[in-house]
Write a protein that binds this ligand. Sequence first.
Ligand code: GAR
Length: 217
Amino acid sequence: MTDSKTCNIVVLISGSGSNLQAIIDDLSEHPQARICAVVSNKADAYGLVRAQQAGIAQHVLNHKAFADRLAFDTALMQVIDQHQPDLVVLAGFMRILTPEFTRHYAQRLLNIHPSLLPKHKGLDTHQRALDACDQEHGCSVHFVTEELDGGPVVIQAAIAVQRDETAEQLAQRVHALEHQIYPLAVRWFAEGRLRLGEHGALLDEQPLASSGFQFQS
Ligand code: GAR
């Protein structure tokens, strides 16, 4: 991305869309990027209502209507590409993506994951952090590659795990951090400050550490 044009973004969701909302709110003050469309694989995702309220085009593509993962991803790519995105943002999109999809959007695909990657890839991250007696837990934004939750980390935010905290309480606290770091990473990308280089993520052309930029709230 250069800063000479608006960064077109497509956001993929499956649920509540609170990260989508955080990005919508942030971009309202940063017009160098705009969300062209929100795509959900679930018709009842509340994030679609958020998109509608913000005047953003919405698409629903039910993965169950497709014969296999590749057929769904191929149709998904067609919907996304109608909007010619510079960036595709996964915001609680709960689908495993095919290599065809991740390659198609290489270097312009971001995801947020509710753990301090590389710890706790996959699901149930908050309970797993508690079960592992982690002292710290948090969230990570990363570039998406073919490896599930394995692409170069851009930014992380951590909190100390409280004694006797439930997974729900921890999830809620991590969610609040997600709403801070995801808009920031998206803005960096839109401003042309963030990119995926050959050896990892670069911020202002400086290589980021493997755990990314450490956000202090
Ligand atoms: C977020 O906690 C996000 O980190 C997680 O889904 C939630 C979506 O919340 N994503 C993953 O677990 C992806 N592996 P939201 O719909 O309110 O933004």
